[in-house]
Ligand binder design. Structure first.
Ligand code: FES
Ligand code: FES
Length: 155
């Protein structure tokens, strides 16, 4: 076991965990940040996506011992001063979810995409979101939401 100070959502949080424990497990089980979801545990579904220094990353594959002072943003830390980001608002406006299990990962992947490519083509959206699975099949609405956010403000 080791003690780690994680930089999460603009706070520094101390946890005790085995270094090989996944960041996903630490977020959910130690810190109760349960908006980050467990899907496959193998890097294949995107349900566990968080931002690491602004880049969408699979927290199920990241051992907590390797995180260091990387700034982690989970879905709980995305809004600013109680205001949803344009991507969150666009998902709401387009009704881009059914059960919502994939949604936090979808939103964070879309935020990462739009920070790097503010006005992506549909092909760029498909390529970037390819690793995020929606079992409810809401892909057309997710695409519409990302297009809507891309036409809005900075992320
Ligand atoms: S739970 Fe991490 S990619 Fe599926
Ligand atoms: S809304 Fe159900 S998995 Fe995507």
């Amino acid at each position: 076991m080791g003690e780690f100070v994680l930089h999460i959502n603009d706070s520094h949080l101390r946890v005790t965990a085995a270094p090989e424990e996944s960041l996903l497990s630490v977020l959910r089980d130690h810190l109760k940040l349960t908006g980050t979801h467990y899907g496959c545990g193998e890097g294949q579904c995107g349900a566990c996506t968080v931002l690491l220094d602004g880049v969408a990353s699979r927290s199920c594959l990241m051992p907590v011992g390797g995180v260091g002072d990387t700034h982690i943003v989970t879905i709980e830390g995305l809004e600013q001063n109680g205001r949803l980001t344009p991507v969150q608002q666009a998902f709401l406006d387009e009704g881009a979810f059914q059960c919502g299990y994939c949604t936090s990962g979808m939103v964070l992947s879309a935020v990462s995409l739009l920070r790097q490519t503010p006005h992506p083509t549909d092909q760029q959206i498909f390529a970037s979101m390819n690793g995020n699975i929606c079992r409810c099949g809401t892909y057309p609405r997710i695409l519409a939401a990302i297009r809507r956010a891309a036409n809005g403000a900075t992320q």
